[in-house]
Design a protein around this ligand. Structure first.
Ligand code: NAP
Length: 247
């Protein structure tokens, strides 16, 4: 089963999980939009790596929290590859603080990127996804949205919010035959995890039955499945990829 004719947009694809997803979809032959905000060199490296295999890729800069930039990205996507079939809402950030130290700007910044970005991209690509024969909306949430996590009130709220959004959009997309699902990773070895202090990481590891952090590829394989024809009867679901953590 290949993805040769699919146009796949991956937000935040310059690094970490997004990069692994973009490369996995590219390896299946897809046309991939490698979105980034500031890591231009890395985004170009990802696109070049995809072009060396069966896939095609174009790096496109856009801050997902800015609707006008996302709309421009959607237009550039259609010029490069035609309408999108698959949108992976992956871009995200953390600003970790105990709630008593968190100010409104810390809250709003995380909301604007993690949930505002999901709104902007889903809005800009919605008609494409509904018109596609294999339309797939895939949102990258987190186990933190299920369990909560000390120092992450803003981040956990955005990740919980994605569950309600996904289930609702799945209902609204269903008549078109397109699907919406959520992937909920545990703790994944990326730059984001590097911001967590070592002693906290040791405590997290104690809570993971498989006794290791996920690799970005652990998540990318599940996203590839959701993007493929094989997932066509799944919608509105949350797939936990967390090494067996309870939630
Ligand atoms: P990461 O290594 O920090 O990479 C973040 C990516 O998002 C980068 O490509 C970055 O682009 C992009 N990005 C950030 N803000 C953006 C914006 N405003 N507009 C466009 N792109 C933006 O993070 P990660 O660990 O791969 O996380 C990816 C997703 O998985 C996030 O949604 C995160 O919440 C989720 N997740 C992560 C973990 C984990 O343990 N790492 C666990 C569960 C879920 P630039 O480099 O260009 O700035």
């Amino acid at each position: 089963m290949t993805m040769d004719d699919l146009t796949c947009v991956v937000t935040g694809a310059s690094r970490g999980i997004g990069r692994a997803i973009a490369e996995e979809l590219g390896a299946e032959g897809a046309n991939v939009v490698v979105n980034y905000r500031s890591s231009e060199g890395k985004a170009y490296e990802v696109a070049e790596a995809i072009e060396e295999g069966p896939g095609s890729a174009v790096p496109i800069q856009a801050d997902v929290s800015e609707m006008a930039e996302v709309e421009t990205m959607a237009e550039r996507t259609r010029e490069a590859f035609g309408p999108a079939d698959v949108l992976v809402n992956n871009a995200g950030l953390t600003i970790d603080k105990k709630f008593e130290n968190m100010d409104r700007e810390d809250w709003d910044t995380v909301m604007d990127v993690n949930l505002g970005g999901v709104f902007n991209n889903t809005n800009a690509y919605f008609e494409d996804l509904c018109a596609s024969d294999q339309g797939r909306l895939i949102n990258i949430s987190s186990v933190v949205g299920q369990q909560g996590n000390y120092g992450q009130a803003n981040y956990a709220t955005t990740k919980s919010g994605m569950f309600g959004f996904t289930r609702t959009i799945a209902l609204e997309m269903a008549a078109s035959g397109s699907t919406a699902n959520c992937v909920s990773p545990g703790f994944v070895a990326t730059d984001m995890l590097e911001t967590v202090p070592e002693r906290v990481k040791e405590k997290i590891l104690d809570r993971i039955p498989l006794n290791r952090f996920a690799t970005p590829d652990d998540v990318a394989g599940i996203v590839q499945f959701l993007a493929s024809e094989n997932s066509s009867y799944m919608t509105g679901q949350i797939l936990a990829v967390n090494g067996g953590m309870e939630w």
